[in-house]
Design a protein around this ligand. Structure first.
Ligand SMILES: Nc1ncnc2c1ncn2[C@@H]1O[C@H](COP(=O)(O)OP(=O)(O)OP(=O)(O)O)[C@@H](O)[C@H]1O
Length: 315
């Protein structure tokens, strides 16, 4: 039987952990309560969500930390302005399709006073850009482990023909279990031919092919953005800061691909990053190729747990 697709505000499947209204015991792992394939989303209402604090704001709206009072689950509530209707439809559609350890899950969505709220799995250590701004550049081996998590997420998305189109440190979230997950599907697209031709995403991470006349986009354009993100989090510096769109177009096309500062990182890491930022998209490595890169294979063989790093990030 094909899995049921959850809709806005539908009740959760009977028998699933979150169907009851009692308070969830402290020992319950909230990720067990996220809807799985074939289950409906939770029935969420504004009055059941207690505001606990602001988490951040993006182009599409604000994100706050909330407690779902009937279950006690802490969630990240993303309020999306209805004016961003296209973004909203795309984001909800994709959030309902994806279920992966490397992608932030959704509990469900509801409308309230002209805005739509999407309640997402709460990632308590926040985004990679918050982390490196607060704690400084992320060590190389940790960065490679993060790369493996994101590449597994991108591989999963490519298997579903989904292009993320806005990979950047603020869209990669971490929790204290050491999990690293991709979020923010506001400009993502599910395509049949795995190539999209729309000009969208965050300007500083656009791959060369997206700003040339072809303006095409494939999964390796997400890899380019991952390459820039790896340079940024391991050096603590944005690769293309403060360039206007026009300057970016000229610079990215005419200059050498971005690279790590010489002498500060291992040759293996330099090589891994260089494979992400090959300017010709047909020669750039795919997520699958990169997961077979010797550095990724080494960290996978040693274990890609990030628990110790996550522990070190807690205040
Ligand atoms: N599930 C979540 N758990 C914890 N924090 C989150 C979660 N989702 C978002 N945040 C926080 O809220 C911030 C804003 O998120 P949002 O996805 O709205 O925008 P953004 O990616 O920062 O910007 P833009 O919309 O320009 O891409 C994030 O950077 C992150 O710090």
């Amino acid at each position: 039987m094909p899995p049921k697709k959850p809709g806005l505000g539908l009740s959760i499947a009977p028998g699933s952990a979150s169907a009851g209204s009692g308070v969830i015991a402290d020992t319950t792992d909230p990720s067990d309560l996220l809807p799985h394939d074939g289950e409906d989303a939770m029935k969420l209402k504004d009055k059941d969500l207690e505001f606990l604090g602001e988490l951040g704001a993006g182009n599409g709206g604000t994100v706050s930390k909330v407690r779902h009072i009937p279950t006690g689950i802490i969630m990240a509530r993303k309020n999306i302005m209805v004016s961003a209707e296209r973004q909203l439809k795309s984001e909800l559609k994709i959030l309902h399709i994806v279920r992966s350890d490397y992608i932030v899950s959704s509990y469900g969505a509801f409308s309230h006073e002209g805005a739509i709220s999407v309640c997402l799995e709460y990632m308590d250590l926040g985004s990679l850009d918050n982390i490196y701004h607060k704690k400084g550049p992320i060590p190389e081996v940790t960065t490679v482990k993060i790369a493996v998590h994101v590449l597994r997420g991108l591989l999963y998305l490519s298997e579903k023909s989904i292009l993320h189109r806005d990979i950047k440190p603020s869209n990669i979230l971490v929790n204290s279990k050491g999990q690293v997950k991709i979020t923010d599907f506001g400009v993502s697209k599910q395509v049949l031919d795995t190539i999209a031709r729309t000009f969208t995403g965050t300007q500083g991470y656009l791959a060369p092919e997206r700003i040339t006349s072809e303006n095409s986009y494939s999964v390796t354009s997400d890899v380019w953005a991952l390459g820039l993100s790896l340079i940024e989090i391991s050096t603590g510096k944005n690769v293309y800061p403060l360039l206007s769109l026009f300057e970016m177009m000229t610079y990215v096309q005419e200059s050498e691909p971005p690279s790590l500062p010489p002498g500060k990182f291992t040759p293996m890491f330099e090589d891994l990053v260089s494979k992400c930022v090959i300017k010709d998209p047909t020669k750039r490595f795919s997520p699958e190729d990169l997961l077979r890169h010797p550095y990724c294979m080494d960290v996978i063989a040693d274990g890609i747990s990030l628990i110790e790093w996550a522990e070190s990030l807690k205040d």
